[in-house]
Write a protein that binds this ligand. Sequence first.
Ligand code: NAD
Length: 497
Amino acid sequence: MTRRIDHWINGKLYQGADDQSGDVTDPATGQCVARVDFASSTDVDIAVAAATAAFPAWAATSLAKRTTIMFRFRELLNARAGELAAIITAEHGKVLSDAAGEVARGQEVVEFACGIPHLVKGSFTSSASTQVDVHSVREPLGPVAVIGPFNFPAMVPMWFFPLAIAAGNTVVLKPSEKVPTAAMWLAELWREAGLPDGVFNVVHGGSTTVDALLKHPDIQAVSFVGSTPVAKHVYTAGTAAGKRVQAFGGAKNHMVVLPDADLDLAADQAVNAGYGSAGERCMAISVCVAVGDCADALVDKIRERTVTLRTGDGRRGCDMGPLVTAASRDRVRSYIDAGAREGATLVVDGRGVEPDADGDGFFVGPTLFDHVTPDMSIYTDEIFGPVLGVVRVATHDEALALINSNPYGNGTAIFTNNGREARRFQSQVQVGMIGVNVPVPVPMAYYSFGGWKNSLFGDTHAHGSEGVHFFTRAKVVTSRWPDQANAGLNLTFPQNA
Ligand code: NAD
């Protein structure tokens, strides 16, 4: 019988009132492995009610007790990370080592959140005015919603919920309906770690479930990650409903290679960053910008490496797994058709790949285009697959102009041995996350993650100090203890004295 995935509300499994559900497939075999319940607005009400009821006690729980639970969660996750990686591979398709890497990057945020007593520490000023003291505190917001994309079933939710919970909020997580099991596994782990019921809840579903969360009056803040059109919608609807919203969108990340760069290193990194996770990363490199006379040699080196990659079932030690669904595979193939039709040079064609897998998985092999121009759809659109395009430009300035005119601004990288050119790039490029000889510059947990332009709607990035700010609000207390010397009426605006 097909496994059924329910919601998780108030510390236990909850079966939706509605009969809406969706298929969950193993992308390496094409088999349906489970059916996931889709939450109706009534189910969302029940989840938010649980989070609302749990909030006062959790917010009032001492930092010492909250931190103890955070540490326990961290220890459990550390001990059982392999289980979570296997779940990710089974539903997303990325190879096991990559899934383990995803878990490790999420774990970093849990570790950062273990330092919450320090992170929410306020400041104190003694005798700001005569016998007047001032101090600031940061307090939690209430129930918050986290809405995830399919491509990082564990790491992206973990950008948000460890800090949200550690700071005293309660959470309703809506993972992608394509990869729902990781969230359920994490919910069980929270229970084992001793998190009180109702602090962490999971509802499944698609746009109806998201819209019910966006409209719900008790949800105070929304952290969303997904494609740009949906991110725009979530930001607009969420802020119109009076919520604090950070909505992370899509990307088109450029890797610039200057002629003086180590071309072997650059080619290795272009392949790793272009085809890792089958290109289904918001920080994947999809455009390689070859500057000056290095283009022929660079394309050759990327091609040599690309043709050695083994595509197949992520449990078999392959380099690259499948796309997440048949629809994604067909979409990526149609972009390869379009690139060839629009005049780019198809150097490596992944459409005919013979994967190392059983069944009917959703595979496209690594694909390399040369002579891509900015008017082609393989350049303008986020393909979200293993398709790397090389754009040739004459100068560093031309490379900068290309990147800065792109509507996305998530990540970018420059490869060079020239420090002056690298410094110029990092100061002039209009992108949120920049790598210098680092192709996928995902910041550590104690910095904040986020792009510019159409890659982020809202002004607060994820985790790091900005994450702490997002999940808390400030209070400033000005206090004076009664003293007869201050008695008497005086209607002028308070001044320092
Ligand atoms: P998606 O936009 O299709 O879905 C994201 C979430 O929104 C899912 O939970 C989904 O159920 C929900 N959703 C889908 N359509 C909706 C609608 N019309 N109304 C309300 N909710 C809706 O994205 P995806 O395909 O799951 O993920 C891939 C996208 O996410 C890519 O564009 C990628 O670049 C982006 N992404 C961005 C970042 C970042 O940090 N900027 C990180 C990871 C992924």
